[in-house]
Ligand binder design. Structure first.
Ligand code: FAD
Length: 433
């Protein structure tokens, strides 16, 4: 085994915590930088919202978390565990929920940090502002403490775990620049009350759009969901007087009207963009080796983790989306730690680059848009099992995969009540951990 390294981990969310645990268990010297005043990342609910509700103003004060007040996990409890660390946190009434609330997830992460002795490695209130390779192969990490104190420290390796659900992506809607209503991104949605008596158009078809529309529909005059997905059925929802599903928006007019491809025309007060997030690495200086393009592709990253030219001393944990996130992140963390310890080898730089080129080519041939580069989705099981194999672990539990794919099957057509439907179709979920 190679000698232990001094490693910086950026972020103390799910990815930073699991990475710290793995590095520590391999005997590396770990420093975790966390800009917030507590660990947990996305799972720390913050009632504060940003000054620019769309999140476009680069000078705005950034709020990290995108949680809304009522959020329950969109994956059931058996998918919210780590590889060897089940989710056993009960809610305030002492009930182990099938879909835990965000408070329980945060407690789970705090328990994890406590149980594995990670707290002493974490520097809270310390934001990384620059990561750059020095002359001697070391990485320089420049950080700023809450009090504004800037300091620099050399490291032999850096693992980036800064999350990717903070920088809003906003839909480009035809005519939007002349449309006079209010616009907000769901990053800044907390509670439904501000939408009382309004006509609201919600753009997006994923979990946040669905959850939030069901909250807003209780107080708003009308809610019109709009999705560009071909799988979506255009309709008025029977069980609500005021909820419609439309296809994509074709135009926004100066008089407040919004036109949809299905022919509908509504006059709306607010557009709520539930259109996802952009990767953001403002601190990373690599002279153009690593870029984030307009289609939200971070690269080049071999298997979403290692940049061929800078591997293994620079790596990324938590980049993929649409997966069993906690297990995926845990496996990536194990892989990074094992590679840094020299227990597991990476292919040559040329072979990693060639593999990546082939992945990009395959996406293109299959007609998968570039912005889906990091969505694992239907290939999730192959990816997870591949990473597990790298670190000598068996394939991911079949039941976890079955649950994940059942959700993918149910969601496009029946997202109202999808949690209940999932439990009805796979009742054993409640009995496993
Ligand atoms: P984060 O949790 O975002 O953590 C990143 C950390 O890095 C933060 O603590 C941040 O403060 C810190 N940081 C960032 N930049 C710096 C810097 N420069 N210096 C120092 N520290 C920095 N996943 C699920 O598995 N199940 C769900 O039900 C689920 N629901 C979700 C609902 C919503 C609304 C959203 C937005 C996401 C949801 N996710 C869900 C995905 C969720 O983001 C991941 O599960 C997980 O939290 C990602 O962890 P992370 O550590 O990669 O990022």
């Amino acid at each position: 085994m190679a000698r232990p390294l001094k490693v910086a981990v950026i972020g103390a969310g799910v990815a930073g915590l699991t990475t710290a645990r793995e590095l520590k268990s391999e005997g590396h010297q770990v420093v975790v930088y966390e800009k917030a005043d507590q660990i947990g990342g996305m799972w720390v609910y913050n009632p504060e919202v940003e000054t620019d509700p769309l999140g476009l103003d680069p000078g705005r004060k950034i709020v990290h978390s995108s949680l809304y007040h009522s959020l329950k996990t969109n994956l059931p409890r058996p998918l919210m565990r780590f590889w060897d660390y089940p989710f056993t946190v009960k809610n305030k009434d002492g009930v182990l929920m099938d879909f835990p609330g965000h408070e329980e997830v945060l407690q789970f992460l705090n328990n994890f940090a406590e149980d594995f002795g990670l707290v002493e490695f974490i520097r809270l209130n310390t934001e990384v502002v620059r990561v750059e390779q020095g002359n001697d192969d070391q990485w320089v990490v420049e950080s700023r403490s809450n009090g504004g104190l800037i300091s620099e420290e050399p490291f032999e390796a850096v693992v980036v775990c800064n999350g990717h659900n903070t920088q809003p992506r906003v839909a480009e809607l035809p005519g939007i620049n002349n449309w006079k209503g209010k616009q907000i991104h769901c990053h800044n949605y907390r509670v439904p009350e501000p939408f009382r008596d309004q006509v609201v158009v919600i753009i997006g078809g994923a979990a946040s759009a669905n959850d939030i529309s069901l909250e807003i529909v209780e107080v708003a005059k009308e809610v019109h969901l709009s999705s560009r997905s071909q799988e979506i059925e255009v309709k008025k929802w029977d069980m609500y007087d005021n909820l419609w599903q439309h296809s994509k928006v074709t135009n926004c007019y100066e008089n407040g009207e919004i036109a949809f491809e299905d022919g509908a025309l509504v006059t709306a007060d607010t557009i709520l963009h539930c259109t996802g997030y952009k990767y953001n690495l403002p601190f990373l200086k690599t002279n153009g080796v690593i870029t984030i393009d307009d289609d939200n592709r971070v690269g080049p990253l071999y298997k979403h983790v290692f940049p061929p030219q800078l591997a293994p001393r620079l790596s990324f944990v938590g980049i993929p989306r649409v997966a069993i996130n906690f297990v995926m992140i845990d496996l990536q963390a194990k892989w990074v730690a094992s590679v840094l310890s020299g227990k597991v080898s990476l292919p040559s730089e040329e072979d990693m680059s060639a593999d990546l080129e082939q992945c990009y080519r395959l996406l293109e041939e299959k007609g998968i848009p570039k912005h889906h580069t990091h969505s694992l989705d239907l290939n999730m099981h192959e990816y997870l099992d591949w990473v597990a194999a790298q670190v000598g672990l068996p394939p991911v539990d079949k039941r976890q995969k079955e649950i994940f794919y059942k959700i993918r099957e149910i969601l496009p057509t029946s997202w109202i009540g999808f949690r209940e439907m999932l439990l009805k179709q796979l009742p054993w979920i409640s009995r496993i951990s």
